[in-house]
Design a protein around this ligand. Structure first.
Ligand code: FE2
Length: 227
């Protein structure tokens, strides 16, 4: 994709559909890069679960809060509020902790260090509080998580775990969440219709998040590979 093209963020359904299609392409490519769970060693399976947890447990609510603080439209704020309410009221971090303990895959310092450089990049991006790019990033994150759950659950089951509340809630039952965030994105784009975003800035958070997800998969930072 040409990253220098300038695109209008007019509030058209066609435009959010094209963003959705782009994000689906990124998700498909990430999922296609995953090794067959049956071919992974127990240590490799544990590592993916542990690094996923190192990223999600302490950051998802924080990043969604960043999206709330950045959003300008009432509709987007209301959708994000519902999302945050569910995260906090049902304690999704506690649900994730039960999942990771049952799979005997608690993150170690090595796991935390492996994802730290790319995690930092996403944190700094969120901190800029740019409304539309954050909404694009969180819509991507929600839809990727939802589609990654079957694989994560398979890794845990192969580790001998039968605890699947977290993966069921975020996979089978969480399709509405990602749809909601696309509505929030559309509302935010309508609000920002007088501005223009380059594709580079529109997808900056998505590219940073993609690198972070790849470090969850591989245990290596994209920054270390580039060095
Ligand atoms: Fe959640």
């Amino acid at each position: 994709m040409n990253c220098t093209t300038s695109v209008s963020v007019a509030p058209s359904r066609a435009q959010t559909d094209s963003i959705k299609a782009y994000l689906e392409g990124v998700t498909n490519s990430l999922l296609a890069s995953l090794p067959d769970a049956a071919n992974l060693s127990p240590s490799e399976r544990r590592g993916i679960i542990a690094r996923y947890t190192a990223v999600l447990e302490g950051n998802f609510i924080y990043w969604m809060t960043g999206a709330y603080l950045a959003a300008r439209s009432e509709e987007a704020r209301s959708i994000i509020t519902d999302n945050l309410l569910e995260e906090v009221r049902d304690s999704h971090p506690a649900m994730l902790r039960r999942f990771v303990v049952a799979a005997d895959a608690l993150p170690t310092d090595t796991d935390a260090i492996a994802v730290a450089p790319d995690l930092n990049g996403v944190r700094l991006f969120i901190g800029r509080l740019s409304p539309v790019p954050i909404l694009v990033t969180m819509a991507f994150f929600e839809s990727w998580i939802q589609r990654f759950m079957a694989y994560l659950e398979e890794l845990a089951m192969r580790q001998g775990s039968f605890e699947n509340e977290y993966t069921q809630v975020h996979g089978v039952c969480d399709i509405a969440h990602s749809e909601g965030l696309f509505h929030a994105l559309q509302a935010e784009m309508a609000r920002a219709s007088d501005s223009h975003e380059s594709e580079r800035s529109l997808y900056e958070g998505v590219h940073l998040l993609r690198a972070l997800i790849e470090s969850i998969f591989t245990g290596r930072s994209s920054m270390a590979l580039a060095a």
